[in-house]
Each structure stands twice: as C-alpha cells, then as structure tokens.
Ligand binder design. Sequence first.
Ligand SMILES: *Cc1c(COP(=O)(O)O)cnc(C)c1O
Length: 398
Amino acid sequence: MKRIYMDHAATTQVDQEVMEVMLPYFTTYYGNASSFHSYGREAHDAMEDARKKVAELIGAESDEIIFTAGGTEADNIAIKGVAYKKEKGTIITSSIEHPAVLETCRALEREGFNVTYLPVDRFGMVQPPDVESAKKDETIIISIMHANNEIGTVQPIKEIAKIASENGIPFHADAVQSAGKVSIDVKRMNIDLLSLSSHKIYGPKGVGALYIKKGVKINPIIHGGGHERGLRSSTENIPGIVGFGKACELAKKRMDTDVPYLIKLRDKLINNTLDKIEESYLNGHSTKRLPNNAHFRFTAIEGESLIMSLDDKGIAASTGSACSSKKLEPSHVLMAIGLNEVEAHGSLRLTLGRENTDEELEYVLEALPEVVERLREISPLWKKDLEIEKWRKEMEKR
Ligand SMILES: *Cc1c(COP(=O)(O)O)cnc(C)c1O
C-alpha cells in the first residue's frame, strides 16, 4: 500500500542532500574535532562550517551557537543554565510549552525556583500584557515557544522579547517547530536564547543547537571535557552536526518556495475538511499558525480510533503531540485553549511537509470524511447528539 506521511511535526525524513553530505563523516573523516592532527582538523572545520549555516538560518553569529543532542537538551541547557547561574528566582513560561520546557520548569520548581505558567486565549495565544503583569523583580528568565507543536499557533515573541529586554530579563524561545517555516532574526527580535532541533527540518535525529546571545551568562548542566565552550561537554556528533548544518542551509534556501507551497496545501486541507465534515472545527489560530499545521476537532469522534483508521488507509497522522499521544490524558495544550476532555480526545493533527503532493492531499480529503462518518455510525455519543437534536426540533414544532 502507498503510504502518506502527514506527521511532520513529530519528525521528518532526512533530505537526500543532507544524507549525502553526512556519509563521509562516518568513515573517511571520522576524527575527533578536539584532536590536533589532520583527522581532528577535518572534523573541526566541518563542524565550524555547519555552525555558520545554523547561525545564518536565525541571523546569529557562529560563536553564539552551541551544538546539543537535540531540541530537548537545548531547552534544558537554556532554562536550567540561567536558573543555576542566578541560584533563585522566578521563571515565566506558558501553559502550552513542549514537555522539554514544561518538565524542566517543574523540575526547577522542585528545586525551589518559582514558575509562573501564563494562560493562553482560545486560539492558543500568549497575551503580551499578561507577560508584562507577571514579571517581577525576581524574574530570572522568560521562556515562550515561537510556535506550538500541537496546534501550530505562532506566538508574538517579538513583542514578548521586547518586554523582557526592557526589563533586563533574558528571553528564551523554543523555535524547534518554527525554524525554516517562520523567519527568525534573533537580533531584530531581541532573543537571548533560542532552541533548534535538526530532525524537525529534514536533518538527522539526536542533534540540535542552542543560540546564546553574546554576553548572556549560563551555567553548564553537563560537565566534562569542556566542549562547546564548556557548556555542553561530550565529543561532538560530527556526522549529525554536518547534516544539521546542511538541513539549515536548505531550509533557508527553500523557505521562499516551501512556505507558500505548504500554505496552499494547508489551506486546501483545512477548508475542504471543514466544508465536507459536519461538526468539524479548527483548533488553533486561523492565520497566526504554522504553514504546515492543520489541527481539527470532530464531535463524537475518538482521536485514537481516527488515527488507527487513517493508518489502515496508509495515512500517518497524530492525535496531539507525538510525546503525549501514547498517554491517555488529554493534551495540556487542548485543555489550555479551553476544550473539555471529550473535545480534546476528538482531535486530529495533520502536519505537512515539502514532499507531500496535491495528489496525496486529494486522497486524504477523500479518506478522512469516510473514516469520520464510519466512526460516527458506531459512536454512541454521535447517536445521542443526533437524538438530542431531533428532540430539540420536536420541541420547537410544539
Ligand atoms: C520536537 C520538539 C522538541 C524536542 O526536540 P528533540 O530534538 O526531539 O529533543 C522541543 N520542542 C518542540 C516545540 C518540539 O516540537
């Protein structure tokens, strides 16, 4: 069976060009970047070239980038790094962050730090005035994600970062989902710390980066040989870093063509789904959303059954975020935008990628209404809703 991958927020395929530049670094140029011989220099030079490419994607300088083992580690290093430097104080974040940020904040709470979790509106937006009123003298860092991994809402981080900078508070943004899809310029946006991950932008898994603006002081959380300016010890993952660099270069080069293409597919997916399926709703913001994200809610549908039925038809989708979809608790993001548990469980995330075609989209637009209809036929909830509706109409006639 032909398979269609529409779960790009969970991970992406490694681009062919990315894989090709990585290969020689496993066998021919396998040196340790810290070694003083030619093998070491080759590895070191390749790493510095990749660092430049990562920096260029976000408007940073090369020496403001440290490589990490992924987005999660970058988030941990940023937030714990600042917290341990300051020793005590309050962290401001949002209630819809990725677990990499939320769980880091919870861990710091257990260590005695205070954390303010800002609410979001029903579209998943953090309100800058809320940030303004939450900040206190003892605020040590503000961490707000650039774009949400579940519902795709893009936050006004420029405005939030401005508030932070006017008050001398470091601002961190998790830009794992937005990189390559929404333009980022850390200088113009006043960002102090920014997390990136390679495998969400067609690079290999297990590598990421943290941008640390010159002058921002953090303590290391991983100790050892002093790699990456002492902030992330461990022999660098050269093939991964080289691949990540290439992925950043491609993301930057392709943004002008990829973004309009994704928006076209996304809008067709959203409009057709809402048209074809009764009692279907869009979660997240209608315009301030990632170019590749469509997130729906279907009345009287159970998300897990929907994913399995779509999988039977060769379509790979997700109920919420890949991290929480194995748990049965409703997504914290969907709860934060005000859905009840039943509504949250009836949600579906389809995230597009540059290799998705219009033909694939047509197939999904055929399959999805069929699957929803079939599941509703066997859903006790749906029948009950219809009965209530019939009863309401009867009452109106009287
Ligand atoms: C995927 C993701 C992460 C984690 O990145 P890894 O490289 O998988 O550790 C962090 N934040 C967001 C918003 C993500 O989507």
